[in-house]
Design a protein around this ligand. Structure first.
Ligand SMILES: *Cc1c(COP(=O)(O)O)cnc(C)c1O
Length: 366
């Protein structure tokens, strides 16, 4: 039995008629940049997920860039970023000329370790990018207490955590700004690039909205140096078709994760743990094993796709070599990168496929 790591075609075939009809309507109305489809999506996203307002954008990296501008970070400022995440989490910091200060993660959750964050604060620390990695909310109470104490601007990178809640609050509303990605592989994926910004702070939101369209309030009058971060009409239309399915897709991801947790019995394997402050929406189901490469080969022989997310932590990436983090400087992140393997987890996986993955893992002799 074949189990691909991810198969986007199943979801898109199931929605084909509806999606093409929505795209045709947008095409016929020539609503290509922002426009009614994007506004409707922004409203639907806000209402469905509990945000006061939502700003539709052209990627999940753009809101991280906007957040860095809104924060006022610049040269000489340090911003705390987890070492184990997708590179975009650090891009906004770098784009405005500030310096990412990479910090180690908690071995249990893959998220920022609050004690490591506290230890990394310097007089130059101006902010923190908190990532809810793999869909698991980060320990916000502890992180926000540190942020408050040191007056830090807090960005929540929710790219992998759409629909997740921290003690009942939707992720993205606890910090100053929350950011989302609708890249096709995300839990809510478009047919192309897309992203969003949310904020409980109206002034920040309004400023982000101006910056999205060239810093332009009145047509051709530019109050700020802005960006072109507009969401396409097609993406808005498509995301409107998909959003009503998100709750069921999330529930299915969580059911698959529960099957994995109950079924996988492999010595030395570390599985995602459950946190009482907020359930994961399981963008990834990432386990760790000391002989990760052999385990991957074993699964490949059983026609099971896996992925390495992420093979290199950010502080060891070539683009950040000049920051001078030696090997061994952030050991938990480095160990995670060396031992992690992500298993197939997407809503369209069949129970028989999940059972096949579990049986194959349990038959790994190591
Ligand atoms: C996907 C992702 C982003 C943004 O990615 P885009 O490809 O720009 O949409 C940012 N942070 C994390 C953690 C991500 O996984």
């Amino acid at each position: 039995m074949k189990v691909p790591f991810l198969d986007l075609s199943l979801q898109h075939q199931a929605l084909r008629e509806q999606a093409l009809a929505a795209l045709a309507a947008t095409y016929d109305a020539t609503r290509f940049c922002l426009g009614k489809d994007v506004e409707t999506f922004e409203d639907n996203f806000s209402k469905t997920l509990g945000y006061p307002r939502t700003l539709g954008l052209n990627s999940g990296t753009s809101p991280l860039h906007l957040a860095a501008v809104l924060a006022g970070w610049g040269p000489g400022d340090e911003v705390i970023v987890p070492a184990f995440t997708f590179i975009s989490s650090a891009w906004g910091v770098s784009y405005v000329g500030a310096t990412p200060r990479f910090v180690d993660i908690d071995a249990k959750t893959f998220n920022l370790d609050p004690s490591a964050v506290a230890a990394a604060i310097t007089p130059r620390t101006k902010g923190i990018v908190i990532v809810h990695l793999f869909g698991q909310p980060a320990p916000m109470d502890e992180l926000l207490a540190i942020a408050r104490q040191h007056n830090l601007f807090v960005v929540e990178d929710c790219a992998q955590a759409v629909e997740a809640k921290y003690r009942g609050t939707p992720v993205g509303l606890l910090g100053d700004v929350g950011t989302f990605s609708f890249y096709p592989t995300k839990n809510l994926g478009g047919c192309g690039e897309g992203g969003a910004l949310v904020s409980k702070n109206n002034a920040l939101f309004d400023r982000a909205k101006l910056l999205r369209v060239h810093g332009m309030g009145r047509r051709y009058y530019h109050d700020h140096v802005g960006f072109n971060f507009r969401m396409d009409g097609f993406q808005g239309a498509l995301l409107n078709v998909k959003l009503p399915h998100l709750a069921a897709w999330t529930a299915r991801r969580q059911a698959i994760a529960a099957k994995y947790v109950a079924g996988i019995k492999l010595a030395e394997a570390i599985l995602p743990s459950v946190q009482d402050y907020g359930a994961s929406v399981f963008h990834q189901f990432t386990i760790r094993h000391p002989r990760r490469d052999a385990l991957r080969e074993h699964l490949a022989k059983h026609e099971i796709g896996t992925d390495l997310i992420y093979p290199v932590p950010l502080h060891r990436q070539a683009c950040y070599a000049s920051l001078g983090y030696p090997e061994g400087s952030l050991p938990v992140a480095e160990k995670a990168a060396a031992t992690c393997v992500s298993l197939p987890i997407f809503p369209e996986l069949a129970d028989a496929q999940v059972d096949h993955v579990i049986a194959a893992i349990n038959s790994f002799a190591g």
